[in-house]
Write a protein that binds this ligand. Structure first.
Ligand SMILES: O=C(O)CCC(=O)C(=O)O
Ligand SMILES: [Fe+2]
Length: 580
């Protein structure tokens, strides 16, 4: 977690560093109305800005003192490894602090720390100041350490990258300097980055521990009951409801803080649900009977808000143990084990050769839905496609066979039934989007080609391979729950679909497309995937995405279902409207 500046800690720190503050205030020549010479404490924000001002006016000595205070503060916060027993202690201190606060701290000093300052520390800017200050004072080891800690949260900061390279070459700078000074209290992030199947339990435990510590530190616990007792004479119920609300928001704030990566300003929405999903899968595979109890217990414990809960419930509504495939001639060619992953499957025999041929013909005759334009993913391929609705409209206009257009529509239903059954979906699957896509190599543009036909991605979140995070936010199609690709042909070169680890590099499975082969997988972060370059020929497939949320269903599909059933009737209606 970044720097926590709760009131209790503020008071404690101010008391502990009063001496330092006196020096700082004198050194920067600003005792201020609320300065320490008056015997009262300086507001945190003011201190910070004094330091920054001193830094820019090159008052190195004074800024160092002040920034030293700030880092000691960071270190102290870091070291405050509050255990649950601390909650009791804090509760006991809370009344005392409240009493002392009014006497020892000026009204300005009691102000909460501003969001600007929270932001500054969240993005680790003080470490930037620190590194230069230490450098000027001839302390390269300390400077390198500050530079590294800053850089972890600001990896695109080129100047700091250069500085770090310089520090590495300096005498007296050891490897020890290149350690993230804020890392220890962020253990859950370290675990998330490394967790493999057996480690999710520890990962969940660490996240919950951090949340508990945060709540203890911010006094989200039963501190409210003291105030309720104190205020019981004047409006017990009003006080109680107000306090309950602030207690809840305090607890929720801790969920957000724990879910916010160092250097980030917004929380990762599904941090604990994501961990629980992995744990659930690991335990499901291990056939442990207590799995659901564990998950539901901590689900409520974490105080997950609605959207997070729904993302968890949707990810848990598929079983990682494959179900039956209720269709004659369809076989399971690869399951989770064969694909080194979870919730992935390859089914064969979903289409006959003649059905594939029909679809290829349909794609060839009308595959201008995307006007045969260049692929959005690579300049070396053309990308043409067709939606079901477009095919049915073309059928209305007599441009394609009605039966072909209906087959396209019916194939989607076939895939839905298979996906629902194989993934043992607990809820109805709605079509989110469907399209038939052909990728064609542009002849003469293939020499020395290194890119992919479709770069590695996750279908319902934005993958950030460096941090192994996947951000379930727009413009990703966050409502997609299951993905399916039904292949129509082979006879081209390249064009394999492959799955990777979250690093987008470690390939865990590869599948060669062929007529009637269906690749199905859950759309979330456990299934990053891409398509290798199509270097010769044309590769066609029907891509489908399903959602368990009714309001995200593809309305156009509903419309096309009606059209599919009533093509002749609609045609008559349209004619009638024209003639009127
Ligand atoms: O065509 C494929 O094999 C996969 C396409 C894909 O991943 C996508 O469209 O999101
Ligand atoms: Fe995809």
């Amino acid at each position: 977690m970044a720097l926590h500046l709760n009131l209790a800690a503020y008071v404690a720190l101010n008391a502990a560093f009063l001496f330092t503050l006196d020096h700082v205030a004198v050194a920067v020549g600003n005792t201020g109305a609320s300065g320490s010479l008056s015997g009262l404490l300086t507001p945190y924000d003011e201190l910070y800005y004094l330091g920054v001002r001193a830094y820019f006016t090159e008052a190195v000595m004074s800024s160092l003192l002040l920034l030293h205070y700030l880092t000691v503060c960071v270190d102290t916060e870091k070291g405050s490894n509050w255990d649950l027993w601390a909650l009791d202690w804090i509760q006991q201190q809370a009344e005392c602090i409240k009493f002392c606060l009014g006497r020892a701290v000026t009204p300005a000093g009691q102000l909460p720390v501003s969001t600007d300052i929270e932001y500054e520390f969240g993005t680790r800017n003080p470490y930037n100041f620190l590194q230069l200050t230490y450098y000027k004072l001839g302390k390269p080891q300390m400077a390198a350490s500050a530079a590294h800690t800053f850089f972890v949260a600001n990896p695109s900061h080129l100047e700091m990258r250069n500085n770090i390279e310089k520090y590495r070459r300096m005498d007296g700078v050891t490897e020890e300097a290149f350690r993230d000074r804020e890392r220890d209290p962020e253990k859950h992030w370290v675990r998330v980055g490394r967790a493999r199947s057996g480690e999710w339990q520890e990962c969940v435990n660490e996240t919950l521990k951090q949340t508990d510590e945060c709540r203890a530190q911010y006094v989200c616990g039963d501190f409210s009951s003291y105030l309720v007792v104190m205020d019981s004479r004047n409006g017990l119920f009003l006080s109680f409801s107000a306090l309950s609300l602030s207690l809840l928001s305090c607890k929720q704030m801790c969920v957000s803080l724990v879910s916010t990566r160092p250097g980030r300003i917004s929380p990762q929405e599904d941090l604990l649900p994501m961990q629980l999903e992995h744990l659930h899968i690991a335990q499901y595979k291990g056939q442990r009977s207590s799995r659901h109890m564990y998950i539901s217990q901590h689900w409520s414990d974490f105080g997950i808000h609605c959207s997070t809960a729904s993302s968890l419930s949707s990810s848990l509504s598929f079983s990682p143990l494959g179900g039956p495939v209720p269709q004659v001639g369809v076989t399971i060619t690869m399951d989770d084990d064969a694909m080194n992953g979870t919730n992935r499957v390859v089914l064969d025999g979903v289409l006959s050769q003649s059905e594939c041929d029909t679809m290829m013909q349909l794609a060839t005759s009308v595959g201008d839905g995307y006007r045969g334009r260049r692929s959005p993913h690579t300049p070396h391929e053309k990308f043409e496609g067709l939606t079901v609705l477009k095919a049915l409209k073309l059928a209305q206009d007599g441009m394609v066979n009605q039966s072909d257009a209906r087959l396209l529509h019916e194939m989607g239903e076939r895939v839905r039934t298979l996906m629902h059954s194989y993934f043992r979906s607990h809820s109805i699957l709605y079509f989110a989007y469907t399209h038939l896509v052909c990728r064609s190599a542009i002849p003469g543009h293939q020499e020395g080609r290194l890119d992919l036909s479709h770069p590695v991605h996750v279908d319902n979140c934005i993958l950030e391979p460096e941090t192994r995070q996947c951000w379930r936010e727009l413009p990703a199609f966050t409502h997609r729950d299951l993905s399916a690709v039904l292949y129509l042909n082979d006879g081209f070169e390249g064009g394999e679909i492959f799955f990777t680890d979250r690093d987008a590099k470690t390939v865990t499975a590869r599948v060669k497309p062929t007529c009637g082969r269906l690749v199905g997988f859950t759309s979330g972060p456990i299934n990053p995937h891409g398509v290798t370059a199509v270097t010769v020929g044309r590769r066609c497939a029907l891509a489908l995405w399903f959602t368990t949320e009714k309001h995200h269903r593809d309305m156009v599909r509903d419309c096309s279902a009606r059209i599919s059933q009533h093509v002749p009737v609609l045609k008559l209606k349209i004619k009638k409207i024209w003639s009127e």
